[in-house]
Design a protein around this ligand. Structure first.
Ligand code: GLY
Length: 380
C-alpha cells in the first residue's frame, strides 16, 4: 500500500445506511470529505453536474475546498450563494435558488449540493424537490446539528410568515457527506447546541448511548474518534426512525423530544439567537419533558435530575432561568405551545418519557397540567 492509499484507509469514513429501498442512501462521516466529494458523488451519480447552494459564511470557509474536490472527481459545478440566517428560508430566496439552477441549465439527473447548516440544507433540498419535478440532491452539512439531524431523513422546506417550516416536501438526498473536519472551526456555543440533538437520541431510545455520552462527552467536544462515533451513532438512530416512519405517521414524532417546550421558548424570545438558539431550546425542552414526566408520575425524578446534570455538565442551558432576560408568563408560554398545535378538548400531544431512553408519544396531556408545570418551573 503506498502512502496515499494508506492515508485513505486510515481516513476511511464511517458509512451509515438509510434503509429506504429504492430511495435508500449512504451517510458518510469522517474527515476530508470535502476533498473527496467529487469522487464519492461521481461513483454514485455518474455524469451528474452540480449546483452548489451555500451561504456567504460557509462559502468563505469551505467553498474553494469543495469546488476543488468536485473538479478532481470530474463533477462540473455552478455556485449559488445566499445570505446566512433563518430569514433566508423564504419564498424569495427559494426563487433565487430555482432561478440559479435553471439558468445553469441543469437537468433532473444533475444534483443540487447543499453545503451549509440546516437553513441551506432545508432550502436547497426543497428546490431540488420541485425543480423539474425532482432533481438529485446531496447534503454536505457543515454544522453539528445538520450532521446529526437535519441533513438526514428528507425533510425540506422554508418558513412562511405564519410559522416555521410550513412549506416544503419530503425529498430524500442521494448521499450525505458529513465532513467532520469542518466542525473544528465551529464556535463552542454552536457545537454545544448541536450536541443537544446528539444527547436526544440517547434519551429517546438508546440508553446505552446516553451512558456512553455521560462518560465520553469531553472527547466528543475535543474531536477525533469519539466525535465521529457520536455522529455515527446519532445518524444510525435517526436512520432507524426514518426507515420505520419516513412520513411521520407515528414513531418519527419521537424525534421531537424537547421540541414542544423548546419551540415555545424560541417563540417567547422572538427567535432572538443572542438569547436562545434552537439546540439550546431543545436542551431546556428535554430537561422540562423529563421533569414534567416525573411530575405526571410517568418517570422517576432521578431520571430528570440525571438529564439536567448532564446538560449542565456540558454547559448547555437546562432550565428557563438560564435564558437571559425576562420571559413571558406561564399562560403566554402555554399559548406559544398551543399556537401551532391542535388542542383537542383541552389536551395536547407531547413526547414524554418513562425514563432515560424510554420516550413515547403522549396524546392526551391535559393543558391544565402543562400550565401548572410551567408556573412551577417559571423563573419569575
Ligand atoms: N428533525 C426531525 C425530523 O427529521 O423528523
Amino acid at each position: 500500500m503506498n502512502d496515499a492509499a494508506r492515508n485513505r484507509a486510515i481516513d476511511a469514513p464511517v458509512v451509515v445506511e438509510v434503509g429506504l429501498g429504492d430511495r435508500g442512501y449512504d451517510i458518510l462521516i469522517g474527515p476530508g470529505l470535502l476533498d473527496r466529494a467529487g469522487e464519492e458523488i461521481a461513483q454514485r451519480l455518474p455524469g451528474t453536474r452540480a449546483a452548489i447552494v451555500t451561504d456567504e459564511n460557509v462559502a468563505t470557509a469551505h467553498l474553494a475546498t469543495l469546488q476543488a474536490g468536485l473538479d478532481r472527481g470530474g463533477v462540473a459545478s455552478t455556485i449559488i450563494t445566499l445570505p446566512p440566517g433563518e430569514k433566508t428560508k423564504s419564498f424569495a430566496h427559494l426563487q433565487d435558488v430555482v432561478d440559479g439552477i435553471l439558468a445553469a441549465r441543469l437537468e433532473r439527473r444533475d444534483s443540487v449540493v447543499a453545503l451549509g447548516g440546516g437553513v441551506v440544507g432545508d432550502l436547497a433540498g426543497f428546490a431540488a424537490g420541485i425543480v423539474r419535478r425532482g432533481m438529485n440532491f446531496v447534503q454536505m452539512p457543515t454544522s453539528l446539528l445538520a450532521q446529526v439531524d437535519s441533513s438526514v431523513g428528507g425533510k425540506t422546506g422554508i418558513n412562511s410568515p405564519r410559522g416555521k417550516n410550513l412549506v416544503g416536501v419530503f425529498h430524500q438526498p442521494k448521499l450525505v457527506l458529513a465532513d467532520t473536519d469542518v466542525l473544528d472551526t465551529l464556535p463552542l456555543r454552536e457545537f454545544r447546541a448541536g450536541y443537544a440533538e446528539v444527547a436526544k437520541y440517547g434519551l429517546i431510545d438508546r440508553p446505552d448511548f446516553f451512558v456512553w455520552l455521560e462518560k465520553n462527552w469531553r472527547d466528543v467536544f475535543a474531536g477525533g474518534a469519539a466525535r465521529i462515533e457520536a455522529i455515527a451513532q446519532s445518524c444510525r438512530a435517526k436512520a432507524d426512525v426514518v426507515a420505520r416512519d419516513e412520513f411521520e405517521l407515528g414513531d418519527r414524532a419521537l424525534l421531537n423530544l424537547g421540541h414542544t417546550f423548546g419551540h415555545a421558548l424560541e417563540g417567547a424570545v422572538q427567535y432572538d439567537g443572542a438569547r436562545l438558539v434552537h439546540g439550546e431550546g431543545v436542551a431546556i425542552g428535554m430537561a422540562l419533558a423529563h421533569r414534567f414526566s416525573a411530575r405526571m408520575n410517568l418517570a422517576s425524578p432521578d431520571d430528570a435530575a440525571r438529564v439536567e446534570a448532564h446538560l449542565q455538565a456540558v454547559g448547555l442551558p437546562w432550565r428557563m432561568a438560564d435564558i437571559p432576560g425576562e420571559l413571558p408568563g406561564a399562560e403566554a408560554l402555554l399559548d406559544f405551545i398551543t399556537q401551532d398545535k391542535k388542542v383537542s378538548r383541552g389536551t395536547l400531544t407531547f413526547i414524554l418519557t418513562h425514563g432515560v431512553g424510554q420516550a413515547f408519544v403522549a396524546k392526551d396531556v391535559p393543558a391544565s397540567e402543562v400550565l401548572a408545570f410551567l408556573k412551577e418551573s417559571h423563573p419569575a
